[in-house]
Design a protein around this ligand. Sequence first.
Ligand code: HEM
Ligand code: HEM
Length: 206
Amino acid sequence: MTTEKIYFYPVWLRIWHGFNALGILLLIITGISLHWSGDSPLISFKTSVLLHNISGIVVSVSYLLFFFGNLFTSNGFQYQVKAKGLAKRLMKQMRYYAYGMFRHEEPPFPLSEKRKFNPLQKYSYILVMYICLPILILSGLALMFPEVIIEKVYNFSGIFLTALLHSILGFMVSLFLIIHLYVASIGKNPLKNYRSIITGWHEMNH
Ligand code: HEM
Ligand code: HEM
């Protein structure tokens, strides 16, 4: 048996991913504690605000690395949207995750240098990185500088609406993370992909 390796994750991407992963974990823990304000049994309100603000800035700055890295290097090609036949491709991959995988079928979209994500992976990454995270960051920055927020929208306070939007997106990103950690463990060896995002090298499954 040969182990073919492909260099999937360049250094800048791994640096972004490391800061982002640690930052988001901290944001989720402190975000939960902020949401039920008052002092949580683990972290005081003051510490939660401080840690949430610091990790919020870390995630915002490292997002720029992801954004410009994908704009200026070939990694960005992995994120190009192709609408034609999309629903069919997504269904095919869903069927594999729900059924084919457990019957040891071959994956419908084998990975290669040209395609490092299967369609479900690709579109969930696009959704989280180009829609959810930017709105989360912008609403977070607005909460950090509340004087920029409109005072009233109809009868609702602007700060309330921003915090609501922020919490909903925080919840969605938390959900993404749980699914992300599960999907990353699929393969010949559950730790294989976790090693790749640290070393940069993806080991093929044959
Ligand atoms: C997955 C990531 C995140 C989660 C789960 C999250 C969650 C939350 C939650 C639940 C609250 C309390 C809102 C409320 O219930 O009224 C909050 C507040 C806040 N968030 Fe986030 N957030 C995240 C990312 C960010 C980012 C990236 C920033 C900054 C750019 C940020 C900045 C803030 C600020 C400034 C507040 C107001 C409280 C404070 O002064 O610390 N958050 N967040
Ligand atoms: C403890 C936290 C995390 C761990 C252990 C982890 C693990 C991994 C692993 C193993 C991969 C490579 C396999 C793959 O491509 O699916 C990966 C890639 C990726 N992860 Fe994570 N992840 C974490 C947090 C996050 C978070 C919070 C986000 C976004 C909000 C994220 C977004 C991504 C993206 C976009 C890629 C693909 C990057 C590229 O190749 O262009 N990850 N992660």
